[in-house]
Design a binder for this molecule. Sequence first.
Ligand SMILES: [Zn+2]
Length: 202
Amino acid sequence: MLELKYFPVDPVLREKAKKVEDSEFGKKLDETLNDMIKLMVEKKGLGLAANQAGFTKRFFVLDMKALKERQVGHLKFDKDLLDEGRYLKIVNPEFIEKQGEMVSEEGCLSIPGVYKKVKRYSFVILKGYTPYKEEFIIEAEGIVAKALQHEFDHLQGTLFIDYLSPLQKRMFLPKYLKNLSKIVGRKVTFLDVSRFESLKKK
Ligand SMILES: [Zn+2]
Protein backbone atom coordinates (compact mmCIF):
# COMPACT_ATOMS: atom_id res chain seq x y z
CA MET A 1 0.00 0.00 0.00
CA LEU A 2 1.26 3.44 -0.93
CA GLU A 3 1.57 6.21 1.64
CA LEU A 4 0.42 9.76 1.16
CA LYS A 5 3.18 12.40 1.32
CA TYR A 6 2.61 15.65 3.21
CA PHE A 7 3.83 19.24 3.06
CA PRO A 8 6.32 20.11 4.64
CA VAL A 9 7.63 16.78 5.93
CA ASP A 10 8.13 14.91 2.63
CA PRO A 11 10.82 16.48 0.37
CA VAL A 12 9.64 14.36 -2.59
CA LEU A 13 6.85 16.94 -3.01
CA ARG A 14 9.55 19.43 -4.10
CA GLU A 15 11.21 17.14 -6.64
CA LYS A 16 10.75 17.53 -10.36
CA ALA A 17 9.42 14.22 -11.66
CA LYS A 18 11.21 12.55 -14.56
CA LYS A 19 9.76 11.49 -17.88
CA VAL A 20 8.53 7.91 -18.10
CA GLU A 21 10.81 6.14 -20.61
CA ASP A 22 9.50 3.88 -23.39
CA SER A 23 10.72 0.75 -21.60
CA GLU A 24 8.78 1.71 -18.45
CA PHE A 25 5.34 1.68 -20.09
CA GLY A 26 3.19 -1.43 -19.65
CA LYS A 27 1.55 -3.59 -17.03
CA LYS A 28 3.81 -2.64 -14.13
CA LEU A 29 3.19 1.07 -14.67
CA ASP A 30 -0.54 0.37 -14.95
CA GLU A 31 -0.45 -1.44 -11.59
CA THR A 32 1.39 1.47 -9.97
CA LEU A 33 -1.33 3.81 -11.24
CA ASN A 34 -4.00 1.42 -9.88
CA ASP A 35 -2.32 1.62 -6.48
CA MET A 36 -2.40 5.41 -6.73
CA ILE A 37 -6.12 5.30 -7.52
CA LYS A 38 -6.62 3.19 -4.37
CA LEU A 39 -4.75 5.77 -2.30
CA MET A 40 -6.71 8.65 -3.86
CA VAL A 41 -10.03 6.92 -3.15
CA GLU A 42 -8.99 6.07 0.41
CA LYS A 43 -8.11 9.73 1.05
CA LYS A 44 -11.24 10.96 -0.77
CA GLY A 45 -9.30 12.99 -3.34
CA LEU A 46 -10.22 14.13 -6.84
CA GLY A 47 -6.69 13.68 -8.14
CA LEU A 48 -3.29 12.37 -7.10
CA ALA A 49 0.13 12.99 -8.63
CA ALA A 50 3.15 10.65 -8.54
CA ASN A 51 5.09 12.78 -6.03
CA GLN A 52 2.22 12.56 -3.54
CA ALA A 53 2.67 8.79 -3.46
CA GLY A 54 6.48 8.98 -3.31
CA PHE A 55 7.29 8.53 -7.02
CA THR A 56 9.38 10.94 -9.06
CA LYS A 57 7.98 10.01 -12.45
CA ARG A 58 5.60 12.00 -14.62
CA PHE A 59 2.11 10.59 -14.10
CA PHE A 60 -1.07 11.34 -12.20
CA VAL A 61 -4.62 10.04 -11.76
CA LEU A 62 -7.98 11.84 -11.68
CA ASP A 63 -11.42 10.82 -10.50
CA MET A 64 -13.27 12.03 -13.60
CA LYS A 65 -16.69 10.98 -12.32
CA ALA A 66 -16.39 13.12 -9.19
CA LEU A 67 -14.89 16.00 -11.20
CA LYS A 68 -17.61 15.84 -13.86
CA GLU A 69 -20.32 16.19 -11.21
CA ARG A 70 -18.84 19.61 -10.47
CA GLN A 71 -17.79 20.48 -14.02
CA VAL A 72 -19.05 23.62 -15.73
CA GLY A 73 -18.04 24.39 -19.32
CA HIS A 74 -16.25 22.58 -22.10
CA LEU A 75 -14.83 19.09 -21.55
CA LYS A 76 -13.74 16.75 -24.29
CA PHE A 77 -11.89 13.46 -23.98
CA ASP A 78 -12.32 9.82 -24.97
CA LYS A 79 -14.56 8.15 -22.35
CA ASP A 80 -13.07 4.75 -23.25
CA LEU A 81 -9.91 5.88 -21.46
CA LEU A 82 -11.61 5.67 -18.08
CA ASP A 83 -10.94 2.75 -15.73
CA GLU A 84 -14.13 1.46 -14.15
CA GLY A 85 -15.88 4.21 -16.14
CA ARG A 86 -14.41 6.68 -13.68
CA TYR A 87 -10.64 7.02 -13.28
CA LEU A 88 -8.23 8.64 -15.74
CA LYS A 89 -4.52 7.75 -15.77
CA ILE A 90 -2.25 10.31 -17.42
CA VAL A 91 1.41 9.59 -18.17
CA ASN A 92 3.97 12.15 -19.47
CA PRO A 93 1.45 15.00 -19.65
CA GLU A 94 2.20 18.08 -21.75
CA PHE A 95 0.14 21.22 -22.20
CA ILE A 96 -0.51 21.99 -25.85
CA GLU A 97 -2.55 25.08 -25.08
CA LYS A 98 -3.33 27.25 -22.05
CA GLN A 99 -5.68 30.23 -22.26
CA GLY A 100 -7.74 32.66 -20.23
CA GLU A 101 -7.87 33.15 -16.51
CA MET A 102 -9.98 31.99 -13.58
CA VAL A 103 -9.72 32.24 -9.83
CA SER A 104 -11.16 29.49 -7.66
CA GLU A 105 -10.63 27.64 -4.42
CA GLU A 106 -8.18 24.74 -4.30
CA GLY A 107 -7.18 22.12 -1.83
CA CYS A 108 -4.64 19.30 -1.85
CA LEU A 109 -4.48 15.89 -0.17
CA SER A 110 -0.86 16.64 0.76
CA ILE A 111 -1.88 19.86 2.54
CA PRO A 112 -4.94 18.64 4.46
CA GLY A 113 -7.56 21.14 5.58
CA VAL A 114 -6.19 24.11 3.62
CA TYR A 115 -8.39 25.68 0.93
CA LYS A 116 -7.32 28.87 -0.83
CA LYS A 117 -8.17 30.81 -3.94
CA VAL A 118 -5.65 30.38 -6.75
CA LYS A 119 -5.41 31.87 -10.25
CA ARG A 120 -5.28 29.37 -13.13
CA TYR A 121 -5.75 29.21 -16.89
CA SER A 122 -9.45 28.81 -17.66
CA PHE A 123 -8.97 26.58 -20.71
CA VAL A 124 -6.31 23.95 -21.39
CA ILE A 125 -5.52 21.27 -23.92
CA LEU A 126 -3.31 18.52 -22.56
CA LYS A 127 -1.66 15.66 -24.35
CA GLY A 128 -0.87 12.52 -22.38
CA TYR A 129 -0.39 8.79 -22.63
CA THR A 130 -2.10 5.75 -21.12
CA PRO A 131 0.15 3.36 -19.13
CA TYR A 132 0.32 1.33 -22.38
CA LYS A 133 1.61 4.36 -24.32
CA GLU A 134 -1.50 5.24 -26.29
CA GLU A 135 -1.51 8.96 -26.91
CA PHE A 136 -4.63 10.98 -26.09
CA ILE A 137 -5.84 14.55 -25.77
CA ILE A 138 -8.05 16.15 -23.17
CA GLU A 139 -9.59 19.61 -23.59
CA ALA A 140 -11.10 21.26 -20.55
CA GLU A 141 -12.42 24.35 -18.84
CA GLY A 142 -13.62 24.63 -15.26
CA ILE A 143 -12.69 22.25 -12.47
CA VAL A 144 -11.11 19.70 -14.83
CA ALA A 145 -8.80 22.40 -16.26
CA LYS A 146 -7.92 23.35 -12.69
CA ALA A 147 -7.25 19.73 -11.69
CA LEU A 148 -4.99 19.16 -14.71
CA GLN A 149 -2.91 22.24 -13.82
CA HIS A 150 -2.79 21.34 -10.12
CA GLU A 151 -1.59 17.78 -10.78
CA PHE A 152 0.87 18.88 -13.48
CA ASP A 153 2.32 21.37 -10.97
CA HIS A 154 2.99 18.52 -8.54
CA LEU A 155 5.22 16.89 -11.17
CA GLN A 156 7.20 20.15 -11.29
CA GLY A 157 7.59 20.14 -7.50
CA THR A 158 5.11 23.00 -7.19
CA LEU A 159 2.25 23.18 -4.67
CA PHE A 160 -0.83 25.40 -4.91
CA ILE A 161 0.21 27.27 -1.77
CA ASP A 162 3.30 28.49 -3.69
CA TYR A 163 0.92 30.95 -5.38
CA LEU A 164 -0.09 32.50 -2.04
CA SER A 165 1.51 35.63 -0.62
CA PRO A 166 3.89 35.25 2.36
CA LEU A 167 1.19 36.86 4.52
CA GLN A 168 -1.47 34.37 3.39
CA LYS A 169 0.93 31.53 4.20
CA ARG A 170 1.81 32.88 7.64
CA MET A 171 -1.88 33.02 8.47
CA PHE A 172 -2.73 29.36 7.86
CA LEU A 173 0.58 27.75 8.89
CA PRO A 174 0.35 27.69 12.73
CA LYS A 175 -3.01 25.88 12.79
CA TYR A 176 -1.98 23.68 9.87
CA LEU A 177 1.28 22.55 11.49
CA LYS A 178 -0.57 21.66 14.68
CA ASN A 179 -3.10 19.61 12.72
CA LEU A 180 -0.37 17.90 10.65
CA SER A 181 1.57 16.99 13.80
CA LYS A 182 -1.40 14.82 14.77
CA ILE A 183 -1.57 13.21 11.33
CA VAL A 184 2.15 12.31 11.10
CA GLY A 185 2.58 11.57 14.80
CA ARG A 186 5.42 14.01 15.51
CA LYS A 187 5.73 17.71 16.14
CA VAL A 188 5.97 19.57 12.84
CA THR A 189 7.38 23.09 13.15
CA PHE A 190 8.32 26.17 11.12
CA LEU A 191 11.79 24.64 10.84
CA ASP A 192 10.27 21.86 8.71
CA VAL A 193 8.69 24.56 6.55
CA SER A 194 11.99 26.44 6.03
CA ARG A 195 13.78 23.18 5.21
CA PHE A 196 11.07 22.34 2.70
CA GLU A 197 11.08 25.82 1.18
CA SER A 198 14.86 25.71 0.75
CA LEU A 199 14.32 22.85 -1.73
CA LYS A 200 12.26 25.10 -4.00
CA LYS A 201 13.72 25.43 -7.49
CA LYS A 202 14.76 28.95 -8.38
ZN1 LIG B 1 -2.34 18.38 -4.77
